[in-house]
Design a protein around this ligand. Structure first.
Ligand code: ADP
Length: 626
């Protein structure tokens, strides 16, 4: 019998997991029970929807047997079972393909996050076992197979005998070491309490033979042991329980059990609706972004149950895209078991539930923002972009629904603020909500374009996500205040009589500016005196609807159409550099040419735009230095 090797990356992960000081070894049981429960779900669903199959509710349970003497712990289920190929495919690789290479080596240092993140569930058995044996007979098959491994190099698969369909997982529990007592995973009472803690709400009975002592009949002091099969879990799914029976830890445990994320959720939402359409749901708002969130592999959706029976792992129709980060389960007795995926989309009940859920999620986020600001900000750091996409997409049809959940970094507060907070602080004479777009808060802070607006004492919102300006364009205004880029031609700021000289300045220097415009030809649409610059000699502004930041984003897209914003080169006529410009205009046109190109390139650099000819640019600087 040939031994098959684990896939290389699985081996690495296994090794790491087994040897890491994993503080929660006990969760191996949760993982195995959860797999057993999933396997029963599958066969249960088949039995309920296929009339040709016999159906006996009593078959569906999970049995745990501990044999202390031989250090064997066995977990059995009468679930769907696995074929030889299933055993090879499902238990031969740990991490789902590619997910490991996704993480950087250093993030994998210890096994802590791994279990939740990659769903290495089954392999956690090796944290407590020397050998793991899986004996399984698949539904619809006459053959049974045995898979066996010591978790280091590889595994074997061979035919074996098994009467009933289902799976036995047989663990050879490790010997105690100096630091660790593995014996506890053979103690009935310890096992029972682990099950209570993590698997209480599993829908199927988890049965164990528990030995207790009781007084011998007819005796007052003599005890005798008796063994009795007990169901150790309450079997009430967590979403059917009373909210006041549940602690935060219960919800967090369920989140972990379901592998919804490797973080702790910032919020859980427990919904119990008894109405035209009745349903129960537990939803979670995660804190951290899953590693695959912005990859095609990420599937949004909620687990969907029809009266306690799982009918779909990921029902996408229950969540709008802008809430795609939400995880959880929905269970409704008003849904038909036999409903197909295609029909589900048009199901009236499901639509009502989806609408209801959407409103609940929004309410939960609003409450989080209001009452637990820090938590909200953590959440927003991970998923704010998704909300902004939500404002922008579908032609803005959800913008009103989402606008109060948005936040941006504020120049004044030096932290994230909401639009409502911004507007409520606006001085009376301030007409617009100002924003500046750039790569990072630090780079925006230094943008010359912000000088005038900042000097006026107005707050500026910093846009650092590609989607920001597009989302805001979709909003157009918030509480009737329009948004305005600090780079836009008209800032809508009233100047004092003596300040506002730029119109006459433009007249005074008309010829110079025209000349400069000719030098730059179609690189810019205009050259003019700046109202907004205080300390910097030059900047780019834009006149049209399309801003320079938007130009950058659009042109970074795969099918870019080389879109151009209307650029204006603005010159600070109070800057010493301007004097040089004037002089060269009068006496040395070659110099003016050189200066103009230099200033233009400087403006591009400040804006984070590429300069067309870096060599020429550096040559020009050298020319001046000489
Ligand atoms: P996950 O449960 O997250 O998919 P696991 O490593 O725990 O990852 O299990 C891998 C796969 O092996 C499962 O998806 C399932 O298909 C199969 N499997 C595990 N345990 C059982 C079982 N008791 N009965 C049937 N199939 C099982």
């Amino acid at each position: 019998m040939a031994e098959k090797q684990f896939k290389a990356e699985s081996k690495r992960l296994l090794d790491m997991m087994i040897n890491s000081i994993y503080t929660h070894r006990e969760i191996f049981l949760r993982e195995l029970i959860s797999n057993a429960s999933d396997a029963i779900d599958k066969i249960y669903y088949k039995a309920l929807t296929d009339d040709s199959l016999s159906f006996d509710q009593d078959n569906y349970y999970i049995k745990i047997v501990s044999d202390k003497k031989n250090r064997i712990l066995k977990i059995s289920d009468a679930g769907i079972g696995m074929t030889k190929e299933d055993l090879d495919d499902n238990l031969g690789v740990i991490a789902k393909s590619g997910s490991l290479s996704f993480k950087k080596e250093n993030e994998l240092k210890d096994g802590h996050d791994i279990i939740g993140q990659f769903g290495v569930g089954f392999y956690s058995a090796f944290m407590v076992s020397d050998t793991v044996t899986v004996i399984s007979k698949a539904f619809g098959s006459d053959e049974a197979y045995k898979w066996e491994s010591n978790g280091t190099e590889g595994y074997t698969i061979e035919p074996c005998e098994k009467d009933a369909v289902g799976t036995d997982i047989i663990l050879k529990i490790k010997e105690n070491t100096e630091d660790e007592k593995f014996d506890e995973y053979l103690e009935e009472h310890r096992l029972k309490s682990i099950i209570k803690k993590y698997s209480d709400f599993i829908r199927y009975p988890i049965k164990m033979d528990i030995t207790e002592s009781k007084l011998k009949e007819g005796s007052e002091e003599e005890y005798e042991d008796y063994t009795e099969e007990q169901v150790v879990n309450s079997m009430v799914p967590i979403w059917k329980k009373n909210k006041n029976e549940l602690t935060k830890e219960d919800y967090d445990n369920f989140y972990a059990e379901k592998h919804y994320g490797f973080d702790k959720p910032v919020k859980h939402i427990h919904i119990i609706v008894d109405g035209a359409v009745s349903y129960n749901a537990i939803l979670y708002i995660p804190e951290k972004m899953p590693y695959d969130f912005y990859t095609p592999e990420y599937e949004k959706g909620l687990e969907l149950y029809a009266n306690g029976v799982l009918i779909m792992n990921n029902c996408a129709d229950l969540l709008p895209d802008y809430f795609s980060f939400v995880k959880g389960v929905v269970d409704s007795e008003d849904l038909s078991l036999n409903i197909s995926r295609e029909m589900l989309q048009h199901d009236r009940q499901l639509k009502i539930i989806a609408k209801n859920i959407k409103a609940k999620i929004k309410k939960a986020l609003e409450n989080l923002l209001k009452n637990e600001r820090e938590m909200y900000e953590n959440f927003y750091e991970s998923f704010g972009r998704q909300l902004k996409y939500g404002v922008y997409s579908d032609f803005g049809s959800n913008k009103d629904f989402l606008q109060d959940l948005l936040m941006f970094y504020s120049s004044k507060e030096k932290k994230m603020v909401t639009l409502d907070e911004y507007v409520s602080r606006m001085p009376e004479e301030q007409k617009y909500i100002y924003y500046a777009a750039g790569k990072s808060n630090e780079s925006i802070e230094k943008l010359p374009q912000t000088e005038l607006v900042s000097d006026k004492g107005y707050e500026i919102l910093y846009f650092t996500d590609d989607v920001d300006e597009f989302a805001i364009r979709m909003l157009m205004a918030y509480q009737e205040k329009e948004f305005k880029s600090v780079s836009s031609g008209d800032l809508g700021i009233e100047m004092e009589e003596n300040e506002d000289t730029s119109d006459s300045d433009n007249k005074d220097h008309k010829e110079l500016f025209e000349h400069m415009k000719n030098i730059l030809s179609d690189k810019v649409d205009n050259v003019r005196a700046s109202k907004r610059l205080k300390n910097h000699p030059v900047c780019l502004a834009n006149d049209g609807e399309l801003t320079i930041e938007m130009e950058k984003v659009l042109n970074s897209m795969p099918n870019n159409q080389n879109i151009k914003a209307d650029k204006v080169l603005e010159i600070n006529i109070n800057h010493d550099v301007f004097k040089s410009l004037k002089e060269s205009f009068e006496s040395d046109k070659d110099k003016l040419d050189l200066y103009t190109n230099l200033l233009y390139n400087q403006a591009l650099l400040i804006e984070g735009l590429p300069i067309t000819d870096p060599v020429e640019f550096t040559d020009s600087i050298c020319k001046i230095m000489k």
